[in-house]
Design a protein around this ligand. Structure first.
Ligand SMILES: Nc1nc2c(ncn2[C@@H]2O[C@H](COP(=O)(O)OP(=O)(O)OP(=O)(O)O)[C@@H](O)[C@H]2O)c(=O)[nH]1
Ligand SMILES: [Zn+2]
Length: 358
């Protein structure tokens, strides 16, 4: 089976997609970003496929005329593009990612878990009610910036709220670089309201706490009950049933939406850059502090404290920034400590083994 991939080398850009129908690969998210990493020869030998589902031991991949399961590959995650080695699938080559969403795994191990690759827009969903929490929204926005994904804040249940505008205003205070929309997720025209992002070739994802309307929105986009019916039961290592439902659904009109639960215990993962972007003004101000490691507390010559005293910055926002920076520092430190521990454990084992041999 030989396929013609030459169209991807004619300089077609994503804007062209608005004028013509996407090819099947393009509807899966294939773009110049990926074709540039390959050659026509390579594409013919090893056709590109996108990972749309990750099971425990297998990956479900989709490509032009390809819909198959291959064995898991190390560090490959839903949304990745692979050049599929048809004879030896385990030799398939992953392509460089446009974006990568990751998180620190829940629990005490704090290892890093890859969530999804090559997402273009992440809808950060909260409701216009007690779920609304500015600090959590900021955390999600920082994570999106870090992942190089465009964040859009959706405030659902506007129909149940007296004054959605006050929630929009608060959320907008996080950054003027992001769009904030209040909506009723059950509205018949939700898909139209999200039309700016739901475009051919675009991959969307949803983040937010339980019950805020993520499934409702996914279903509105896919036009079916995929978000609920997509659950896959698998046995984990201990023989327990776990639900792994992290998959990409194709959207009518040629786009993809990632449906992934378990994004609740979200912690920042090496998100220094993301935090700095969300709080760009404070980060910039802090450059003016006398001491480089200023804690912006009681240090002399602190530019942050000076701005606070002058009423130029908001106290609550400053506190949230400090909390995120501290959390980030803690995470980074515990990583280094973990690595150091692992090294000294190895040394210890080697020492014990060598004394035994003697
Ligand atoms: N009135 C109203 N109800 C909504 C809105 N968004 C969601 N709901 C309702 O809120 C409930 C929870 O919505 P879901 O879409 O299941 O929420 P979810 O975020 O997917 O929750 P998890 O699957 O637990 O993560 C459902 O009963 C929805 O019908 C909204 O904008 N307005
Ligand atoms: Zn300072």
């Amino acid at each position: 089976m030989t396929r013609d991939f030459s169209q991807f080398f004619s300089g077609s850009s994503s804007t062209d997609l608005n004028k013509r129908d996407p090819s099947f690969l393009e509807s899966l998210g294939w773009s110049a970003y990926f074709s540039q990493q390959t050659s026509l020869d390579q594409l013919t030998q090893t056709p590109p496929v996108r990972v749309i589902e990750a099971h425990r031991t297998q990956l479900h991949v989709l490509g032009d005329g390809i819909d198959t399961l291959i064995p898991q590959l190390p560090d490959v995650v839903v949304g990745d593009w692979l050049l599929l080695d048809l004879e030896t699938p385990t030799k398939s080559e992953p392509l460089d990612r446009k974006s990568l969403i990751k998180r620190r795994a829940p629990g005490t191990g704090r290892s890093i878990q890859l969530i999804a690759a090559n997402v273009d827009t992440v809808f950060i969903v909260s409701s216009c009610n007690q779920d609304f929490n500015l600090a959590r929204l900021e955390r999600y926005v920082a994570l999106a910036f870090e992942a190089e994904v465009t964040p859009v804040i959706l405030l659902t249940k506007s129909d149940l709220c007296v004054d959605p505008a006050t929630f929009v205003q608060q959320a907008q205070s996080i950054s003027d670089q992001i769009v904030v929309l209040a909506l009723n997720a059950k509205d018949a025209d939700v898909a139209t309201q999200l039309a700016d992002w739901r475009k051919p070739g675009q991959t969307l994802a949803f983040l937010g706490s339980s019950g805020v309307g993520k499934s409702t929105l996914v279903n509105a986009l896919t036009g079916e009950n995929s978000a609920e019916t997509g659950a896959i039961r698998e046995d984990d290592a201990k023989g327990r049933h776990t639900t792994t439902r992290r998959q990409l659904h194709q959207l009518p009109g040629g786009g993809m939406v990632l449906d992934t639960p378990g994004m609740r215990e979200l912690q920042l993962t090496d998100a220094n850059q993301g935090v700095a972007s969300v709080f760009a003004d404070l980060t910039e101000l802090a450059h003016g502090c006398r001491f480089r490691d200023c804690a912006h507390d009681t240090e002399p010559g602190c530019a942050i404290q000076a701005a606070l005293a002058a009423g130029e910055i908001d106290h609550a926002r400053l506190q949230r920034w400090k909390k995120l920076v501290a959390e980030e520092a803690f995470n980074a430190k515990s990583m280094l400590e973990r690595k150091a521990e692992a090294r000294s454990l190895k040394k210890h084992i080697r020492a014990v083994q060598s004394t035994k041999r003697r």
